[in-house]
Design a protein around this ligand. Structure first.
Ligand SMILES: Nc1ncnc2c1ncn2[C@@H]1O[C@H](COP(=O)(O)OP(=O)(O)OP(=O)(O)O)[C@@H](O)[C@H]1O
Ligand SMILES: [Mg+2]
Length: 262
C-alpha cells in the first residue's frame, strides 16, 4: 500500500463535472471539480437534495456525466450506500452479505473462493462483528447492519471507498468503531470520499467538498469551512441560533431508500 504522505496520481479527479437524471431538465449536480488521492479522507457536505448521492452514482458509473471531465483510475470503487432502514428481513447471514463484496470482483462464472471467505471473515473482524458472522442480517441492529455493509465494501478490496452517510442513525459504539476504521483505512493508503451532515466531523478530515447542487468549495477544511461557505452550502436549511453567532443546521431528514442493491 502506498504511503499516505507521498503525492500520487489521484484515484479520482473531476473537472467541471455535471450530471442530470434522464427525466430532469436541469442537472442535479454541476461544476464539480475535485480529486481524491490515495490515503486521503475527503468529506462531502451538502443539504438534503444537494446531490451527494448523485455524485456517488456518477462515480460508480450508474449515472453518466452530462458534461465536464471525470477520470477514475480505479476499476471499481466500493460503495457503502445510504442506509436502507426499511429492509429488515434480509434472509441471509452477515457473512453472506460481506461475501457479496467479492462478487463484483469475480467473473460471472466464478463462485467466491476459500480466499474470498477468509477475506469476508477478516472484514467482519475489522468492523467488530466476527462473532455475528452467522447471524441473520435482518436481526442485527441498524449500526451493526451498517458495519456489515462496510465489511462488504472492504471485501471488494478497492483503493477507493465511497461512503454515503455511514454515520446516519447509528449507535455511538458503531460510530466510534467506524470512525477509527476509516482513519486506519486511509493510513493504509485507501482514498475515502464520505458524505456527511456533520460539519464538525468534516473539519477533522483532510479535505472537504461542499456541494449544494453546484459545487460551493473544495479544499482544506480549515481554509474552506468559513461561515460564508457553510451558509452557501446549506442555504435555506441553515438557521441562526437566537442570541448566538454560531450556526445550526436543521437536522437532515433521513428517508427510506428502496434502491436495488448493488
Ligand atoms: N432517480 C432520480 N431521478 C430524478 N431525480 C433524482 C433521482 N434521485 C435524486 N434526484 C434528485 O437529484 C437531486 C439530488 O439528490 P441526491 O439524492 O443526490 O441528494 P443528497 O445530497 O444525497 O440528499 P440526502 O442528504 O437527502 O441524501 C434532488 O433534487 C433529487 O430530487
Ligand atoms: Mg443522499
Amino acid at each position: 500500500m502506498p504511503d499516505r504522505n507521498l503525492s500520487s496520481d489521484p484515484l479520482v479527479r473531476s473537472n467541471r463535472l455535471a450530471a442530470r437524471y434522464p427525466a430532469a431538465s436541469v442537472p442535479a449536480i454541476s461544476s464539480i471539480t475535485f480529486a481524491v488521492e490515495a490515503g486521503q479522507r475527503v468529506a462531502l457536505l451538502g443539504p438534503n437534495g444537494g446531490g451527494k448521492s448523485t455524485l456517488f452514482r456518477v462515480l460508480t458509473g450508474e449515472l453518466a456525466p452530462s458534461s465536464g471531465e471525470l477520470e477514475i483510475s480505479v476499476a471499481r470503487p466500493a460503495l457503502v450506500p445510504q442506509s436502507e432502514q426499511s429492509r429488515l428481513d434480509y434472509p441471509v447471514s452477515a457473512l453472506d452479505v460481506a461475501l457479496m463484496g467479492s462478487v463484483s470482483r469475480l467473473p460471472w462464472w466464478r463462485r467466491p473462493s476459500r480466499a474470498d471467505r477468509v477475506l469476508a471473515r477478516e472484514s467482519l473482524r475489522r468492523v467488530g462483528l466476527e462473532s455475528e458472522a452467522n447471524t441473520s442480517f435482518g436481526e442485527l441492529s441498524g449500526g451493526q447492519r451498517q458495519r456489515v455493509l462496510v465489511a462488504r465494501a472492504l471485501v471488494q478490496d478497492s483503493p477507493l471507498l465511497l461512503l454515503d452517510e455511514p454515520f446516519a442513525g447509528i449507535d455511538l459504539p458503531s460510530a466510534a468503531l467506524l470512525a477509527e476504521l476509516f482513519n486506519e483505512l486511509a493510513s493504509e493508503g485507501r482514498g475515502l470520499l464520505m458524505a456527511t451532515h456533520d460539519v464538525e466531523q468534516a473539519r477533522s478530515w483532510d479535505l472537504v467538498l461542499c456541494c449544494n447542487r453546484v459545487q460551493i468549495a473544495f479544499g482544506d477544511p480549515a481554509t474552506v469551512l468559513t461561515r460564508e461557505v457553510i451558509e452557501r452550502t446549506y442555504g435555506a436549511s441553515l438557521v441562526a441560533l437566537p442570541g448566538d453567532r454560531s450556526l445550526a443546521i436543521t437536522p437532515p431528514h433521513h428517508h427510506d431508500h428502496f434502491e436495488a442493491d448493488r
